[in-house]
Design a protein around this ligand. Structure first.
Ligand code: AHR
Length: 513
């Protein structure tokens, strides 16, 4: 059994978690929309065609904000195709995923779905094949009360009240050659700045996110953020980050270490953004929107393969089946996000249903939770509050991370990895929640948390996600094969919490006064 210790003081905080840290993402991709959140005719569908079984699981998952409509899809999307009488909407070829988009679900349906799910909509505009003109028209359509052509069109379409969408993404992954009309940092920076300016002129209450790099492994990473922010600094509140963690190398210890790269990535983007601020002698701080993150590697598709499949409507693509080790790595990513609550003010799990998702459905059938559902739901439920500056003492191990997009060096250098990764969130009632990942595959860890400053705490709830078979997963026939169970070895005395964590385990412990 290893030993580790954590020291926290309730007065020493990193920052308050923003509710938008617990967001997710719905793209017109595969069966995320059609057969996922929207399936008229399904036995649980409501009058609008929204699957009630999915809505129930979404409420349990607890996302707070939902990004839409892409993703790669948005870079070729004409938003006008998705509004108005459904039988008059055009079907279009979608060049992001080589499918046919029927457009029977669009902006207004999405906003209605968000209201039904009690989440805030986050809208991305197309800055690939289109520009500031389409973006300003969309915001006029969505947010202007009435009396103009676009806002009156919304009213004519049946939505009298403005949608009041606050959070807008200026395009998606515009540095990526796989994107429709990807751009250099100069080209994108100029277009994003002008689009942002016009959008805010129409609705000054909006918040805007510029595209950062589509990954830390992009050749233009760093220079891209610097130049894009040089153009957009005065216009935007956020810069975006994307990360998909993988276990291509089948090296589980390194896979579990990989979320630590998200910590580095965040620190680097903060440094670049603050560097841009420093050059301008500005007090403004650009916040981070980690608007795509997850584990994803088994179901990545090459464009050549997509072409061979023709142009199907809502095919079952990117339907990653998540196992236990994925959920552990995913839990590590949750900790990385929580521990940067001071700068990461928004984040979106990519995606919500079927497509690299915590919720799976059968079209015409049931819905169930994937393994990654659990850490997300726990983070959203217990992660609200002040993240404390925890001092974690733990033995470390060496890990190396395989980078599928890298050119010369296929392995990312990684710092020494502590076996124990932890986050501590204090709530406003004097209690706290511990999020603990034991990355040792063979040994348990004996953890002592010194929480003297909290007074007399008691354990309210303690759960672990742990299976001897790290490849176990949930399915329609065994939907609860993997689920959290009670963590038994927890005790509190003399201001100290003592826990015994199993090897390769994710643990969440809620303590109250
Ligand atoms: O989430 C799947 C895809 O990953 C998104 O469409 C794109 O933005 C990213 O490359």
């Amino acid at each position: 059994m290893r030993k580790a210790s954590i020291m926290v003081d309730r007065e020493f905080a990193i920052g308050e978690t923003d509710p938008r840290l617990f967001g997710a993402f719905v793209e017109h991709l595969g069966r995320c929309v059609y057969g996922g959140i929207f399936e008229p005719g399904h036995k649980t569908a409501d009058g609008k065609g929204f699957r009630r079984d999915v809505l129930e699981l979404v409420r349990e998952l607890g996302p707070t904000i939902m990004r839409y409509p892409g993703g790669n899809f948005v870079s070729g999307y004409n938003w006008e195709d998705g509004v108005g009488p459904v039988d008059q909407r055009p079907a279009r070829l979608d060049l992001a995923w080589f499918t046919t988009e029927p457009n029977t679900f669009g902006t207004n349906e999405f906003v209605d779905w968000c209201r039904a799910a009690a989440v805030e909509p986050m809208m991305a505009v197309n800055l690939g094949t289109r520009d500031g003109d389409a973006a300003r028209n969309l915001i006029e359509y969505c947010n202007h009360p009435g009396g103009t052509a676009w806002s009156d069109l919304r009213i004519k379409h049946g939505w009298k009240e403005p949608h009041g969408i606050k959070f807008w993404c200026l395009g998606n992954e515009m540095d990526g050659p796989w994107q429709m009309e990807y751009k250099t940092a100069t080209e994108y920076g100029r277009i994003a700045k002008e689009a942002a300016k016009m959008m805010r002129w129409i609705d000054p209450s909006i918040e805007l996110a510029a595209c950062g790099s589509s990954g830390r492994n992009m050749p233009t990473y760093g220079r891209w953020e610097d130049e894009v922010l040089e153009h957009t600094f005065e216009q935007v509140e956020y810069i975006s980050l994307h990360t998909y963690l993988n276990n291509y190398a089948e090296d589980t210890a390194s896979f579990l270490a990989s979320p630590d790269m998200m910590d580095q990535f965040i620190d680097e983007v903060v440094a670049i953004a603050d560097g841009v601020a420093a050059r301008r002698h500005s007090q403004k701080r650009i916040m981070l929107s980690f608007d795509e993150w997850n584990v994803w590697y088994r179901t990545r598709r090459k464009r050549a393969d997509r072409v061979k499949e023709g142009w199907p409507v809502a095919p079952p693509i990117l339907e990653e089946i998540y196992n236990v080790e994925d959920a552990l790595t995913f839990g590590g990513a949750c900790i990385s996000l929580l521990n940067h609550a001071d700068r990461v003010k928004s984040a979106c799990l990519a995606q919500l249903v079927n497509v690299i998702a915590p919720i799976m459905t059968e079209t015409g059938g049931d819905a169930w939770r994937q393994t990654i559902f659990w850490p997300f739901a726990q983070m959203s439920r217990f992660g609200r509050g002040r993240v404390l500056r925890a001092r974690v003492e733990s033995e470390t191990y060496a890990a190396r991370y395989f980078d599928p997009r890298g050119s010369s060096d296929l392995y990312f250098p990684m710092p020494e990895t502590p076996y124990l990764k932890a986050s501590v969130v204090a709530d406003d009632k004097g209690g706290m929640t511990l999020f603990l990942l034991n990355r040792d595959l063979k040994q348990g860890v004996d953890v002592t948390v010194d929480a003297r400053s909290f007074g007399r705490l008691q354990v309210k709830q303690a759960e672990e996600l742990q299976e001897d078979d790290l490849k176990a997963f949930n399915s329609s026939t065994d939907p609860l094969r993997v689920q959290p169970r009670a963590l038994k070895d927890v005790s509190v005395s003399d201001g100290k919490i003592r826990l015994k964590l199993k090897p390769a385990s994710w643990n969440v412990v809620k303590l109250t006064l």
